[in-house]
Design a protein around this ligand. Structure first.
Ligand SMILES: *Cc1c(COP(=O)(O)O)cnc(C)c1O
Length: 425
């Protein structure tokens, strides 16, 4: 084994340090395995209930009327995540698109959207119009209000109560921290927030941006009162196999609104050919519980490595996990870039290229990204990114297999070690 690691450029010092850290994580990993087992059974039960069959994998083209695979998959999603209906489509191009669709279809001019958990994910600033943008909700006369979390990470219940008014139509709750440094919300905390909000205004739509959170816990947000959960299929639920796609699961009303916006008023869910990729959506969902399990092991391993070496990590090495993202603060651009280079160098695809910071659309500073992925931009595959701004934090996530994740983290550490950016190994 040691020789295999050596062949991949991992020195004895780095490997020994890594193995020592891993040895202490056994109990933690057993807990993760239990969640994965539970979610695996959930997926299988949903597929059996809706009689998934070989016919479901057939391709349709054109309008896609009566696409059995598409319609059955949406029933599987609805059952699995405890919604009344679902929209799961290759025509939803990414997570931002799914979120934009869910928002734009469920509000009307004059309505207000409230985020009670601080600033949303960068790309949503343009969807909402927090940063002026063509086609934003602001251009259509939809206003936005925001209440930040308190400095200790708690909800600002007084502030939220004051912010809810007669125009508040939809509340958007981001489960994962994204590029912020706040803690990620557990499903239970999301539930507390939703009951508080519905206690004040029962008919408000509570939407959860579920990106990166799926299958991390046994429960999902619809089970604690959310009306809609929204996410990307090149993250957790695509299991690394879906080549594109997004999903919305929730109440019949919310999902129908989204379908009429995605296709056309009058057509809704009835059209949308699956173009031969629906099998990867099924198989990806089937794989997702164990893929998320690998990603979580990788994140926890990294937190334990880098916290031990004196870096700031969120979540820290013992905290419970509510999404698959790990933030590591390097404090210097050299540290951030070395980390990303290591992740890239460990990849099965494009391992020989060096990632460079670039001006990525939708982001307001340069971003460095490492991804050697089978699906371009897929962030359920081991990938790292970080905006090139203080305090030089790398956000990383994924790992389709734990063994690849482990190699990636060791390789990142090797890069820092070789450049004298870490000591006390
Ligand atoms: C990734 C992500 C998005 C946007 O998804 P894309 O597929 O990158 O457009 C939105 N919200 C959160 C919390 C995310 O992690």
């Amino acid at each position: 084994m040691r020789e295999m690691y050596q062949n991949l450029g991992i020195s004895d010092a780095v490997l020994d340090f890594g193995l020592k850290v891993e040895a202490e994580l056994k109990e933690r990993f057993d807990g993760l395995d239990e969640v994965a087992e539970y979610n695996q059974l959930k997926v299988i039960a949903a597929m059996q209930k809706h009689r998934v069959s070989a016919e479901c994998f057939q391709s349709t083209s054109g309008y896609g009327y009566g696409d059995l695979g598409r319609d059955t998959l949406e029933e599987v999603y609805a059952t699995c995540f405890k919604g009344e209906a679902a929209l799961v489509r290759p025509q939803i191009t990414c997570g931002t698109h799914a979120l934009a669709l869910a928002l734009m279809s469920n509000v009307r001019p004059g309505d207000e959207i409230l985020s009670p958990v601080g600033k949303p994910y960068d790309t949503l600033e343009e969807v909402i119009g927090i940063r002026p943008s063509k086609g934003s909700l602001a251009e259509y006369g939809v206003t936005y209000a925001q209440v930040d979390l308190l400095p200790d990470g708690e909800f600002d219940f007084d502030g939220i109560k004051k912010a809810i008014n007669e125009r508040t139509k939809l509340v958007t709750i981001q489960r994962s921290k994204g590029y912020a440094s706040r803690p990620t919300l557990s499903v239970d905390r999301i539930g507390q927030l939703i009951s508080f909000i519905k206690g004040i205004k029962p008919d408000v739509i509570c939407m959860v941006d579920n990106c990166y959170g799926e299958f991390v816990e046994k429960k999902e947000p619809l089970e604690v009162g959310a009306d809609m959960i929204v996410g990307s299929l090149i993250k957790n639920l695509g299991g690394g196999l879906a080549p594109i796609g997004g999903y919305i699961v929730g109440t019949k009303e919310c999902v129908e609104n989204a379908a009429y916006r995605l296709t056309s008023p009058g057509l809704g869910k009835e059209v949308g050919a699956s173009l031969g990729i629906i099998q990867s959506f099924y198989q990806g969902l089937f794989m997702a519980p164990t893929v998320v399990n690998s990603a979580l092991k990788t994140a926890i391993f990294a937190a334990n490595i880098y916290e031990t070496l004196g870096f700031d990590v969120v979540p820290n090495k013992t905290e419970s996990r509510h999404d698959i993202i790990q933030a590591i603060t390097f404090g210097t651009p050299e540290g951030l870039c070395a980390f990303c280079e290591g992740i890239q160098a460990a990849a099965p695809v494009d391992s020989y290229v060096t990632p460079e910071p670039w001006d990525m659309p939708g982001y307001d500073s340069k971003v460095i990204m490492a991804a050697g992925a089978f699906v371009q931009g897929s962030s359920i595959e081991l990938s790292a990114d970080g905006p090139l701004r203080e305090p030089y934090t790398a956000f990383f996530q994924g790992g389709l297999t734990w063994y690849h994740g482990k190699l990636g983290i060791l390789k990142s550490l090797q890069k820092l070690y070789d450049r004298n950016l870490v000591n006390n190994i």
